[in-house]
Design a protein around this ligand. Structure first.
Ligand code: G6P
Ligand code: FE2
Length: 194
């Protein structure tokens, strides 16, 4: 699917229901080293990097041209694990065109879609297989795997929405999701500052 012209024609893509992966195009991979400063427990982060660079998540982006009438879609796979007590998660982002929404449909695993608006409204919608989560425009969003299997979601958003990572990289989300007494708990992010 290298020829962009092809995206102007009807087409179909295979995504595995077992592992979320597609053989159409290589996935984009984010290992732990790509997430410096994003986990609350920096000692745990540094200790983990000494032993290697685990794959935290990967996702398929097809390269549909970034035009307002187009839709970008693909799968995202967040692997199970924790940095300290904090579950593996995506970096998370606002859309550059802030008021553009996104839909995620959970194909496997369990976790949360953590969302927050610039005004400080936030929500954590649970992901379980079969659940579709609507991320409204204006909300930053991050997928978090609280289970023991890969968290697999299928996403669709306006192709020209863009990714704005800056705010999340510098401030984080107001909330983090950690394991507490064997359960997932949504707590205040100790590193968050306004
Ligand atoms: O961009 P991140 O926060 O690292 O998340 C990784 C990816 O997750 C989902 O699949 C989104 O729909 C993608 O647009 C996003 O790039
Ligand atoms: Fe997004």
């Amino acid at each position: 699917m290298e020829n962009l012209e092809q995206y102007l024609q009807p087409f179909s893509v295979y995504f595995s229901l077992n592992n979320g992966l597609s053989d159409t195009k290589a996935s984009i991979k984010r290992n732990l080293s790509k997430m410096k400063g994003m986990y609350a427990n920096e000692h745990a982060y540094e200790a983990m990097t000494v032993n290697g660079d685990p794959l935290i998540y990967e996702f398929h982006e097809l390269g549909v041209p970034e035009k307002p009438g187009n839709l970008a879609f693909g799968t995202s796979i967040v692997y199970p694990g924790k940095v300290g007590d904090e579950y593996y998660m995506t970096k998370g982002h606002f859309h550059t065109i802030l008021d553009t929404a996104e839909v995620y449909y959970c194909l496997g695993g369990k976790g949360y879609m953590l969302m927050e608006s610039p005004e400080g409204d936030w929500a954590a919608e649970p992901f379980t297989p079969g659940k579709a989560v609507y991320v409204p425009g204006r909300y930053a969003h991050r997928s978090i795997n609280t289970g023991t299997e890969p968290l697999i979601t299928f996403y669709v958003f306006r192709a020209d929405a863009g990714h704005d990572y800056g705010t999340i990289e510098s401030k984080g989300f107001r909330k983090i999701v950690i394991e507490q007494a064997g359960e997932a708990a949504i707590v205040d992010n100790p590193k968050w500052n306004n």
